[in-house]
Design a protein. Structure first.
Length: 386
């Protein structure tokens, strides 16, 4: 067996890097021409394979990459990625040497974190680049910018202190929207708060080269939020909406990931038979069941038990009974000629929004779900490789 055959012998994810490049081209046109294009590749590039996606994005003209952790950034550097990398998550000061060594720009959301990074940088003669994170309403991390004038004055002084610390270079400032996909009043309020902070700090003598605010949905829906850089996440991977996918979109994005599973066995079972753990499904007629070698340990959400259908020979076949750790069963009674070795499509551009809806979640979570046991097979320049 070749490596490719081995990868495609059970359950695998096909990642179409040509589509990733096409999406990058499409999305570049949605962004204010002067703004930088940042591609978010955190969490293994939303499950798509971080290094491979980052390389393709670098070759396709992305200006920046973003990760959630410093070790993710270090892994990119070790694999030859030279673009600037922003670490979006707050990082323990113990990782400051890694930031400096690999040239990773760090988000900083409070004075004590800035101080700890500065202590390391100054004492070792290094420079750590930072982007000041402003909390305009997400209430996660960042310098807090709602509040009364006194709060703002205090926050601004804190930011000035952080920016002036030895060994730190304050290159950027950013915020993150809490409800860009639903609450336009609040999104506008958050943007206004960021712009107010920018003006306030300008008045105190602090200018930033890169001020940014919008992620995928924010970029598409709020051109005023583009500022100096757009942070593209889910849209890169081919979905214009976190819930409906591309249903209402004319952008023409290409979903990058397709998850497939090779049927292990096809079995005829009589009416009345119950399927899988807990006997939650009872066959109402004599049926033919396909066993798929994919379970919740592969990233198949167990909540989709009796609540989803996979594509086999282009027909949607319902999942019967509970999803197990390593297997699940699909009803192929109405699909002629299904046999062991045939391939089922478990998630693709059409199915992904259905899976998200039925699992009560967003597409982000479904694309991130294929586990380490699921090999990624890459299509690049029309060729397939592991
Ligand atoms: C994950 C993340 C993004 C990308 O979000 P999408 O909705 O996938 O575009 C952008 N900015 C920050 C701060 C993030 O954490």
């Amino acid at each position: 067996m070749t490596d490719l055959e081995l990868a495609m012998s059970r359950t695998w994810a096909e990642i179409n890097l040509d589509d990733l490049a096409r999406n990058t081209e499409i999305l570049r046109k949605t962004l204010t021409p002067s703004a930088k294009f940042l591609a978010v590749v955190k969490a293994n590039a939303y499950g798509h394979g971080m290094t491979q996606c980052a390389r393709k994005l670098q070759d396709s003209g992305a200006d920046w990459l973003a990760v959630a952790t410093v070790p993710e950034g270090a892994e990119l550097r070790e694999n030859g990625i030279t673009l600037p990398i922003l670490c979006l998550g707050q990082t323990q000061p113990g990782l400051a040497p890694l930031m400096a060594e690999f040239g990773i720009t760090q988000a900083v959301g409070d004075v004590s974190n800035a101080k700890a990074l500065s202590d390391y940088a100054a004492s070792s003669g290094k420079v750590i680049r930072i982007h000041i994170k402003i909390d305009t309403g997400m209430s996660r991390t960042g310098f807090y910018w709602p509040g009364d004038p006194e709060d703002k004055e205090r926050t601004a002084r804190g930011i000035m202190t952080a920016c002036g610390m030895p060994g730190l270079y304050a290159e950027g400032m950013f915020t993150h929207f809490a409800a860009a996909d639903g609450d336009s009043d609040f999104t506008r309020t958050q943007l206004a708060r960021l712009l107010e902070a920018r003006e306030y700090l300008r008045g105190m003598g602090q200018n930033f080269e890169l001020v940014h605010s919008a992620a995928s949905v924010g970029i598409l829906d709020y051109p005023a939020a583009h500022l100096d850089m757009g942070r593209f996440g889910l849209v890169l991977y081919g979905y214009a909406s976190t819930e409906t996918g591309n249903e209402d979109s004319t952008l023409g994005l290409h979903p990058v990931m397709t998850v497939k599973s090779r049927i292990t066995a096809v079995r005829s079972l009589p009416a009345g038979t119950t399927i899988s753990y807990g006997r939650t499904y009872r066959l109402t007629r004599d049926s033919i069941m396909a066993v798929l070698p994919m379970g919740y340990a592969d990233g198949m959400p167990r909540i989709l038990s009796n609540n989803y259908g996979v594509k086999i020979h282009d027909a949607v076949c319902p999942i019967r009974g509970r999803v197990c750790m390593d297997m699940m069963m699909a009803d192929v009674t109405d699909v002629p000629g299904v046999k062991a070795g045939d391939v089922a499509t478990v998630f693709d551009g059409e199915l992904m929004p259905i899976a998200a809806k039925n699992a009560g979640t967003i597409i982000h979570e479904i694309v991130c779900s294929p586990s380490a046991r699921v090999p990624r097979v890459y299509i690049d320049g029309g060729k397939m490789a592991v």
